[in-house]
Design a protein around this ligand. Structure first.
Ligand code: LMR
Length: 439
């Protein structure tokens, strides 16, 4: 019987590639720290993975080394040689880089991705986990749990703390890591602090990711972080950048369904317009329930305007008050949903919300910001903005407010996007949204 083998890998310099797991890394350049906790310039010591003889009683550890990262592996076992039916239609592995990988959101998300729930049961996955210097050990813990979960589609797990290593050849970059706001901090401080992270990550994506890489920014303030990332990654199509508003869409769908007394799936065509902040606009005007206008099904405009709308706008803040920390599981679910919406065709007549670059948008929103709008996908990872939604006065006024907020945020980070001369006017602005806090 053929036996599955796993071999360890870790972030080594871009040449040789990560997949050459037994290749000795070159000395790392001074000033860059990699995931391999060995002394720089020394050979990577490879821990031979557990080898299976095919009999449960003969499981043995072939060899161990003390300083190789735990949990990282590249699965060399070709499952099709044993059982062609299992993997006959598998695609080439998709390389998914995740920042904030040791945080709580990732702890939910990574296992969904590895299970095949997100990219599909015919889609093998290579996970590249990005953490920080402080989370090295935790990253290994995450990698170990992934390894222990026996996901057939999970072909590779690697860890690292330098985006220039972790983002190499990435097909997807899920940027969850961001610093949390502390006591006494102004929102402008927050933009500055997290903005710097997304400058570095944007530059790294620009240099080492696939030019087709799709980027989903979750770390708050996610719209403007996505803008910073996009402006620092000119090699990537601006249409490849998203900021997560699917969580808001899911929240809106749930509340509409509960109010109407129907199953969630009945609620469709829900748009979140604008910023992932308290100015976001959950659109009940164009939403549908069972194919009917939600406003007609619910027939309670006071509830829609005065209860539903602020409830969705402040749901994240309320969760923080309840939990003492920001949402994690539901955020992970919504990231999975956001990706699924891009890799599967959107059902006829429906759309999903994602904050995307406004260049050339059909709603007259100022260009050059990242703004949540209704999108459709053919399932190839790209999207089109859905045109022709009804924008009544109520919506227009609120969409404008969110647009103004994002324009101001963009001004505040103009020094991070290569557009010098912006004036930051956000000090003292209403700022309810806290950060996921996954570093
Ligand atoms: C959310 O909406 O739950 C997250 O963005 C966290 C937050 O700060 O509200």
């Amino acid at each position: 019987m053929r036996v599955p083998t796993r071999s360890t890998t870790a972030f080594v310099p871009r040449t040789p590639k990560l997949t050459d797991v037994r290749t000795r890394p070159s000395p790392r350049p001074t000033g860059r720290v990699g995931a391999v906790p060995a002394v720089r310039g020394t050979p990577l010591r490879v821990k031979s993975a557990v080898k299976y003889s095919g009999r449960s009683d003969s499981l043995r550890v072939a060899a161990t080394a003390t300083d190789a990262p735990l949990g990282v592996f590249k699965l060399e076992y070709d499952i099709s040689k044993d059982d062609a039916t299992k993997s006959a239609d598998w695609n080439e592995p998709v390389i998914v880089a995740v920042s904030g990988a040791a945080g709580q959101i990732s702890n939910h998300l990574l296992f969904k991705i590895a299970s095949g729930e997100v990219y599909g049961q015919d889609q093998p996955v290579a996970l590249r986990l990005l953490g920080s210097e402080n989370s090295r050990e935790a990253l290994e813990g995450v990698a170990m749990e992934l390894e222990d979960s026996l996901f057939p589609l999970l072909r590779e797990v690697s860890i690292g703390i330098d985006p220039m290593d972790v983002f190499v050849d990435a097909d997807w970059a899920l940027l969850i890591g961001a610093k949390p706001r502390g006591p006494g901090m102004e929102r402008a401080d927050l933009l500055e602090m997290n903005g710097a992270i997304f400058v570095g990550q944007g530059k790294a994506l620009n240099e080492v990711a696939k030019p087709t890489c799709k980027v989903c920014v979750v770390g708050n303030p996610c719209n403007t972080n996505a803008l910073i990332c996009m402006e620092n990654a000119p090699n990537l199509d601006r249409k490849n950048f998203h900021a997560l508003t699917r969580l808001d869409e899911n929240r809106a769908k749930c509340q509409l369904a509960l109010k109407a007394g129907v199953f969630y799936e009945t609620v469709t065509n829900v748009t979140i317009w604008g910023n992932h902040s308290t100015t976001q606009v959950p659109d009940f005007v164009n939403a549908q329930i069972g194919g009917e206008k939600a406003m007609e099904v619910i027939d309670d405009s006071e509830w829609l305007e005065a209860d539903f709308t602020p409830a969705i706008q402040t749901r994240g803040g309320l969760l923080i008050k309840k939990w003492g920390r920001s949402s994690a599981a539901s955020t992970a679910v919504s990231i999975a949903d956001a990706i699924k919406s891009l890799v599967t065709p959107t059902p006829e007549g429906d759309w999903f919300s994602s904050a995307v670059c406004t260049d050339g948008n059909p709603y007259g929103i100022e260009e050059g910001i990242v703004f949540s709008m209704p999108c459709r996908s053919t399932g190839d990872g790209s999207y089109e903005i859905v045109e022709g939604l009804e924008i009544n006065d109520w919506l227009r006024e609120r969409i404008k407010k969110s647009e103004d907020e994002l324009t101001k945020e963009a001004e505040c980070v103009s020094h991070l996007t290569g557009k010098l001369g912006g004036a930051c006017e956000l000090m003292g602005a209403e700022a309810d949204t806290m950060l996921p806090g996954e570093v």
